[in-house]
Design a protein around this ligand. Structure first.
Ligand SMILES: [Zn+2]
Length: 340
């Protein structure tokens, strides 16, 4: 149903309006908008087919003689004769919105139907799209973890570091993109949501080579990670490094900080080696060869860096398992050339 219709500027001063008032009095001019309102609701085409003159007068809230009223409207060309009866003069021209309403309603109904259908199909389509994307390529959690590290644990679009990072498909999967690591980059949820149709690869240069190296370097192998990168081989699940459990920390694998006991310390423990009250470890006498100052410094740097990395990755990825964490940390330390 139409909820409005137009009255043009100039209606009240129009010569036709003034002539109607002159002929039938002021109430007749008031009747015209009443007739238009009635038509907007009941006769949106403007054709008053099936209506007698009495009906038209009643619809217009005109109290006088219906015949006189209709005759005057025809004479002043407020009404026209049509093949099917009477119609409002130039209705379609003056009230295009009203005339067009049934078509617009039908259009809106169809659009609403389509929207409903697409909402119902949405979940199914998303599932199918992801399935299709995965058939073109898949990634592992470890690869994603390494990629995050390579990308600096930040959104590649806005640089935010303290937001949840999501897997953005460089080529969206609805455009046929795959779910392999080659097509993923970390974005914050907000950048991911506001990303346009542009398929911008924001990953740092050389990321693929670094990923390949990090993924293929098994923990504990002492090959230099800084040598010239080899061309990236296509990713094979079998090239994933084995998950390595964290080595147990035992007193025989102590930090090597020279920690002189405070004076008056326990002499027995001092001889046997062990942890003093301040939490520092004391080497048992003669248990280990003495480290050179350079070795000590290097060991200290290694431990500090390792602890930092572990802490950072742990904070960013509470879901990451110990083995995965160790692999990532070891590989990253190697990449930076830090060895024990
Ligand atoms: Zn962002």
């Amino acid at each position: 149903m139409n909820t409005d219709f137009r009255i043009e500027v100039g209606f009240f001063r129009h010569p036709k309006t003034r002539r109607l008032i002159a002929a039938l009095g002021l109430p007749a001019a008031w009747s015209l908008p009443q007739l238009w309102e009635f038509a907007a609701v009941n006769k949106p085409s403007g054709e008053l087919s099936g209506m007698t003159h009495a009906d038209i007068a009643a619809a217009s809230w005109y109290d006088g003689d219906p015949e006189v009223f209709v005759a005057e409207l025809l004479r002043l060309r407020w009404l026209d004769k049509s093949r099917r009866g009477l119609e409002i003069h130039d209705w379609a021209e003056h009230q295009p919105f009203v005339v067009d309403a049934p078509r617009r309603r039908e259009q809106a109904r169809r659009a609403a139907g389509a929207k409903w259908d697409s909402a119902a199909d949405g979940a199914k389509k998303r599932h199918e799209r992801l399935k299709e994307a995965r058939s073109k390529g898949r990634h592992t959690d470890a690869e994603w973890g390494v990629l995050l590290a390579i990308c600096g644990m930040k959104c590649l679009r806005c640089g935010v570091t303290n937001a949840r990072l999501v897997k953005d498909h460089v080529q969206p999967i609805y455009q046929g993109g795959s779910d392999s690591i080659d097509n993923l980059q970390p974005l914050c949820a907000s950048c991911n949501a506001s990303k346009g149709p542009e398929n911008k690869d924001l990953r740092p240069k050389g990321w693929a080579e670094r990923l390949s190296l990090l993924m293929s370097a098994p923990a504990g192998v002492n090959a230099s990670i800084q040598q010239a990168p080899t061309p990236t081989p296509a990713f094979q699940p079998s090239s994933l490094p084995e998950r390595t459990p964290l080595p147990p920390v035992t007193p025989s694998d102590p930090p090597s900080l020279p920690s002189p006991l405070p004076s008056g310390g326990d002499q027995t423990r001092k001889e046997a080696g062990g942890w003093n009250r301040a939490g520092a470890y004391r080497e048992p006498k003669g248990a280990r060869p003495k480290l050179t100052p350079e070795q000590s410094a290097r060991m200290e740097q290694y431990r500090t860096k390792r602890a930092e990395l572990e802490q950072r990755i742990r904070a960013e990825h509470p879901e990451m398992g110990d083995g995965e964490l160790l692999t990532l940390v070891t590989a990253e330390l190697k990449r930076q050339g830090i060895t024990a």
